[in-house]
Design a protein around this ligand. Structure first.
Ligand code: FES
Length: 162
């Protein structure tokens, strides 16, 4: 086993064990893994099946049912724009359009250069500071298009990935 694979398996194990909720389910385990490493690799399907004493098929069925799970590693940076009702009223659509333009993509997804994974979010939980964006899981409120562009332009091209 390579060091990289060992780290991936350790990270998956850590994510499964870190769940504090009283009831651990396939869904809660998959969510914990995606929060921890950013995606659901094949190894995670196996680990969840083993941990919950169920079949890999049952785990995969849950994972593939929810569109929010991804099965490939995300790009280096994550950017999310809230387009929930409050942020929408406060001007999120202009920010959203501008980001899509500078990333040269038409909808949420990964940029071809491997730099950014971009997603819409229905509420980032900071409505009073809308419009809100999240960059590498850090929230930025009261955003303007030019501030959002400046944040994105400062992002690194690469960092250590799984
Ligand atoms: S609606 Fe945007 S943070 Fe809640």
């Amino acid at each position: 086993m390579t060091t990289k694979n060992k780290k991936l398996l350790d990270d998956i194990e850590e994510a499964i064990k870190s769940q504090k909720r009283p009831t651990i389910t396939v869904l809660s385990s998959l969510l914990a893994i995606q929060d921890h490493i950013g995606y659901i690799p094949d190894e995670a399907i196996t680990a969840v099946a083993t941990s919950l004493k169920t079949s890999k098929n049952a785990v995969f069925n849950v994972a593939s049912f929810y569109p929010n799970f991804r099965f490939t590693p995300p790009n280096t940076n994550s950017v999310e724009v809230c387009w929930g009702p409050t942020c929408h009223l406060l001007g999120a659509s202009k920010i959203l359009e501008n980001i899509l333009k500078i990333l040269n993509i038409e909808e949420e997804g990964d940029t071809e250069d491997g730099k950014i994974s971009f997603r819409f979010n229905t509420c980032l939980g900071a409505c009073s500071q809308g419009p809100v964006i999240s960059v590498n899981h850090e929230l930025f409120g009261n955003m303007t298009s030019s501030e959002a562009t400046a944040l994105i332009n400062k992002l690194p091209n690469s960092k250590t990935k799984h």
